[in-house]
Design a protein around this ligand. Structure first.
Ligand code: XMP
Length: 521
């Protein structure tokens, strides 16, 4: 693999993704890793990430100096570049000039006339994204200065002899014009790593791993209707066929068509054994009379666990009677969850992640987590390769508590039906407008506790508003509202007020996150 050494900023994951986009498998490791530990992993290359600190600050993250002596081709980025400069005998100084954001970079030897010029072939002038206070003012001995900026005498350096390279800017962010080219050139040419990481290989690899873990054991998987559990189950099915049993809980808070997509399209595409539990009445009974958002969330979570445990107990009993107990449980855990929980490689604990559905902690199962090393876009690619329906693979994030937290007020059957109709119109219109790729998600919210006066035909109406919440986002941590075209908004508004009885107003949420959250509850 290529190891991405994490100095504690949020950039390591982005770098790891860009390396994989270049067709090379990458893993994130903490900066506290030793040279021996790195050597044991036999990496084909190392990338040192950016970080939040100055190399001069007391307590700033350090790097085992032995790592740069291993002879492994290494690329230092931003803070990683400065650590490299310092350890190799260059000079890093507080110049007092900060560069932040888009910065003009001058490539020193674009013709490749100088050894170590991994920037050769790149435009002499380009903009790149910077974020630094300190600067490298002198390259280490034996290293060529390969780029400068107006404020930084050494913005990139390299040594072909030592296979060590560095850039002050962030090639992993899209605002850096030729960033991906820097990463690819380092990987493929300087480090000589072929581009052979792709969905097909990942599937073959995971299938072999699942078979080795599970043997002839029985496996259970809870499908949520979302991308992750669908792809995880499909991979396990590919590996062990009917040893897998899937459970899908219909809690009545799904959107129009979602149950059918799982029961019909997903099963047709994968051939998995599926048990659907119809728990609609149970959930609606439990939610009756409740309008407080947190109480609703708790009730939905609690009921989900109870329903799943009951289904599981029945299946366990059924298979145990056949002398074939269920021993494994599939989880759709993704790589960002692993990294952010401080799991696996032991990076900073940013937040403890909880998986969709909130499965009980005392499960007597061994977990099967085939997506543990993958990013979301890779999960989608694998889903497509496995032939899963686009309605599932391309699905936007949808919260576990479903429409239950998109009705502001009490959740009732009638209100759910009404919201489902409005939501289906919005989804159809956004898709028809070709905007699915741009939109992270678009919650459609029913303000069930609000009524306003309207007029229709000759009569007065007194109906509810529907809120549209179209947002763009990279990771749901922050988001911005999308400026949808007025014509499209007009069409959606017309259709909803005409077609959905009980709704006489459509409003647009123009709040970013923060301060608003994406969901209303
Ligand atoms: P907020 O509303 O916090 O949402 O800005 C961030 C992202 O998380 C989704 N979301 C959930 N997903 N279970 C989930 O699986 C939940 O309880 C839940 N609540 C919010 C939300 O749709 C958005 O993508």
């Amino acid at each position: 693999p290529v190891l991405v050494v994490d100095f504690g900023a949020q950039y390591a994951q982005l770098i790891a993704r860009r390396v994989r986009e270049a067709g090379v498998y990458s893993e994130i490791v903490p900066h506290t890793i030793t040279a021996e530990e790195i050597a044991a992993k036999q990496p084909a290359g190392i990338v040192l990430s950016g970080g939040p600190s100055s190399v001069y600050e007391p307590g700033s993250p350090e790097l085992d100096p032995g790592i740069l002596q291993l002879g492994v081709p290494t690329l230092g980025i931003c803070y990683g570049f400065q650590v490299m400069a310092q350890q190799l005998g260059g000079e890093v100084a507080k110049t007092g000039r900060r560069e932040y954001g888009s910065t003009q970079v001058h490539v020193a030897h674009p013709d490749g006339s100088v050894a170590g010029s991994f920037l050769s072939g790149q435009p002499e002038e380009q903009t790149a994204w910077m974020s630094h206070g300190d600067s490298v003012v002198q390259a280490p001995e034996g290293f060529e200065v390969l780029a400068t900026t107006d404020d930084t005498p050494v913005a990139a350096f390299g040594s072909d002899e030592r296979k060590l390279y560095g850039v002050q800017w962030h090639p992993e962010v899209r605002h850096s014009q030729h960033g991906q080219a820097v990463i690819e050139r380092f990987l493929h040419k300087e480090a000589g790593i072929p581009a052979d990481w792709n969905s097909g290989n990942v599937i073959a690899d995971q299938v072999a791993k699942i078979r080795a873990q599970v043997g002839s054991g029985r496996v259970l998987c809870a499908l949520s209707g979302g991308v992750d559990s669908a792809v995880a189950a499909a991979l396990v099915h590919e590996a062990v066929g009917d040893q897998l049993v899937c459970v899908f809980v219909d809690h009545g808070l799904l959107r129009a068509g979602e149950r059918e997509q799982v029961e019909r399209d997903y099963v047709a595409a994968t051939g998995v054994r599926l048990v659907t539990v119809d728990a609609v009445d149970r959930f609606l009974d439990a939610l009756a009379g409740v309008s407080d958002p947190e109480t609703k969330r708790k009730i939905i979570g609690r009921e989900f666990i109870r329903v799943f445990e009951q289904a599981q107990a029945e299946l366990i009993a059924e298979f145990a009677a056949e002398g074939d107990p269920i021993r494994f449980l599939v989880q759709g855990t993704l790589y960002p969850d692993v990294v952010e929980s401080g799991g696996g490689s032991g990076t900073a604990n940013i937040k403890s992640h909880h998986n969709v559905g909130g499965l009980p902690e005392d499960l007597q199962f061994e977990l099967v987590e085939p997506l543990r090393t993958l990013f979301k876009d890779e999960v989608r690619a694998i889903g497509r390769e496995l032939g899963l329906p686009e309605v599932i693979v391309g699905r936007q994030p949808f919260p576990g508590p479903g429409l239950g937290i998109r009705i502001v007020g009490e959740v009732t059957r009638e209100r759910l039906d009404l919201l489902r109709e409005a939501d289906a119109i919005v989804r159809a219109e956004l898709t028809a407008a070709g905007l699915d790729g741009e939109i992270w998600q678009c919650p459609v919210v029913l303000l069930a506790d609000v009524r306003s006066v309207g007029v229709m035909g000759d009569g007065r109406t007194y109906g509810h508003p529907i809120v549209l919440r179209p947002v763009s986002s990279e990771d749901a941590m922050t988001a911005d509202w999308i400026r949808l075209p007025y014509d499209l908004l007009a069409r959606i508004s017309n259709r909803i007020t005409n077609e959905v009885a009980g709704v006489n107003r459509v409003v647009l949420d123009v709040t970013s996150k923060p301060p608003g959250t994406i969901e209303w509850e």
